[in-house]
Design a protein around this ligand. Structure first.
Ligand code: HEM
Length: 425
């Protein structure tokens, strides 16, 4: 493992970032710069935008990204989220990430569709996330969490991301898809490849990326055919293979939706699991509070998801001239909803920069989005985090973070590659 030994101390880095954020002209702001996320120095930029330019038009981004609006206040984000007839998610207009995707290289999935297609396709997988089905999954999640935790080393530094967060989320995905167990790490790899930026180091070339995603598509096609020809079961692939709405879907669309479910359930939950350990270590008083009263897990989990905001943004494209937060938006404009900033908006969330595990209204965060695209897997994500923390608190006095985290180079996925920890014997 490499720790960021060569980097300046955190407090120095943050102080310098604050100075830069307040001395840079707003006209030069490009909050979507992934480097600001990798170094975790984005906060003062958003703080300033919320105060001075809550609807900010960026012209300083590289041509490959293009100009875009940043929406940074909670209520303005809500406005965009709840008017999908004006703010489109359609991949053919650019999709849901800051950077336009080329529809030619992407498989269509319902997160990047508008009504009525979005609703029709979302309905087919919704039954997997009902309380009844989640109750059944909870038993498996608990068994698997227990076994992963019981096998962790003591008095030895290890990478929490690799040993716990990735392993558990991958096991969960394999369970959801009834995916061949021995191949389950392929799911992690495909998800990483699907979301990584060209400069992230995850893949060498666009050709390699496409080849790996093609392999993913082929693998799922094989599973699909097997399940379609067998009696219906309760895994996701079988459900989709036997549903009227998805059975006739073209292959590309199917692959897109399957990748959506892999990606949706992978990085997000993984990074919340890592973020929870880091947040408690940075706020030892909150760790003590949780240990003293494990019933607080119910409000701790949504607070972790707010604090982490595993998906920093979603993007929309205006389909008509309109207005948001007093600014004129033109048809065709790109609009980036920064959940990560809305979650720190003091006008809605008191002491928003603090991590407080017993907030009165912990669920008002925007990490799951709102409106018709609101996260389909949110109950599952909550459940996973709840169970893992119940099992952790039963076993370990503390999980100590013993080095700096290594963060992901992305303004979309807010996450970690490494978090060195140690568990005392
Ligand atoms: C902490 C964990 C998670 C976070 C923070 C998260 C966040 C999000 C966000 C921000 C959206 C878009 C919302 C919008 O545009 O308004 C979304 C959509 C979605 N998520 Fe999650 N997610 C998480 C876990 C999961 C899990 C575990 C699954 C499934 C296994 C999942 C599946 C989906 C799907 C299918 C969509 C598309 C919904 C639609 O377009 O109708 N997510 N999620």
């Amino acid at each position: 493992m490499t720790y960021l030994a060569e980097a300046p101390p955190v407090s120095e880095r943050l102080r310098a970032a604050r100075e830069r954020a307040y001395s840079t002209p707003l006209s030069e702001f490009h909050p979507g710069n992934p480097e600001l996320f990798r170094t975790d120095t984005i906060w003062p930029y958003f703080e300033r935008l919320r105060k001075e330019a809550p609807m900010h038009y960026c012209t300083a981004s590289p041509p490959a990204i293009g100009e875009y609006w940043s929406v940074t206040k909670y209520h303005d984000i809500m406005h965009v989220e709840t008017h999908p007839e004006i703010f489109s998610s359609d991949v053919r207009l650019g999709g849901i990430m800051l950077r336009d995707v080329d529809p030619q290289y992407e498989w269509p999935s319902f997160i990047a569709m508008d009504e009525p297609r979005h609703g029709e396709q979302r309905k087919t997988v919704s039954p997997l996330f009902t309380p009844k089905h989640l109750g059944e999954l909870a038993i498996l999640i608990r068994e698997r969490s227990a076994s992963v935790l019981d096998n962790l080393p003591r008095n030895e530094t290890f990478n929490w991301v690799e040993r716990v967060s990735i392993e558990l989320t991958t096991q969960m995905l394999a369970t959801l898809f009834d995916f061949p167990w021995e191949d389950r790490r392929k799911l992690t790899r495909w998800s990483d490849v699907a979301t990584a930026l060209p400069k992230s180091g995850i893949y060498e070339s666009q050709e390699q990326r496409l080849a790996e995603l093609y392999e993913c598509g082929e693998y799922f096609s094989r599973l699909w055919n097997e399940r379609a020809n067998a009696p219906p079961k309760s895994d996701l692939i079988s459900m989709m293979a036997h549903s009227d709405a998805t059975r006739q879907m073209d292959r590309e669309n199917l692959r897109g939706n399957l990748i959506l479910l892999i990606v949706g359930g992978n990085d997000t939950t993984r990074n919340s699991m890592t973020g929870s350990v880091l947040a408690l270590n940075e706020n030892p008083d909150q760790y003590d509070k949780l240990r003293a009263n494990p019933a607080l897990i119910d409000s701790f989990v949504p607070e972790v998801i707010r604090w982490q905001t595993p998906l920093a943004h979603m993007r929309r494209t205006a389909t008509a001239d309109t207005e948001v937060g007093g600014k004129r938006i033109k048809k065709g404009d790109r609009i980036v909803m920064w959940y990560v900033s809305g979650n720190r908006d003091e006008d809605v969330i008191a002491k928003a920069d603090e991590f407080i595990i017993d907030r009165a209204q912990p669920r008002i965060h925007m990490s799951f989005g709102f409106g018709i695209h609101r996260c389909l897997g949110m109950r599952l994500a909550d459940l996973q985090l709840k169970i893992i923390w119940e099992e952790i608190l039963k076993r370990f006095e503390r999980i100590d973070v013993v080095g700096e985290p290594k963060r992901v180079y992305s303004s979309f996925i807010r996450g970690y590659e490494e978090l060195p920890v140690r568990i005392r014997a």
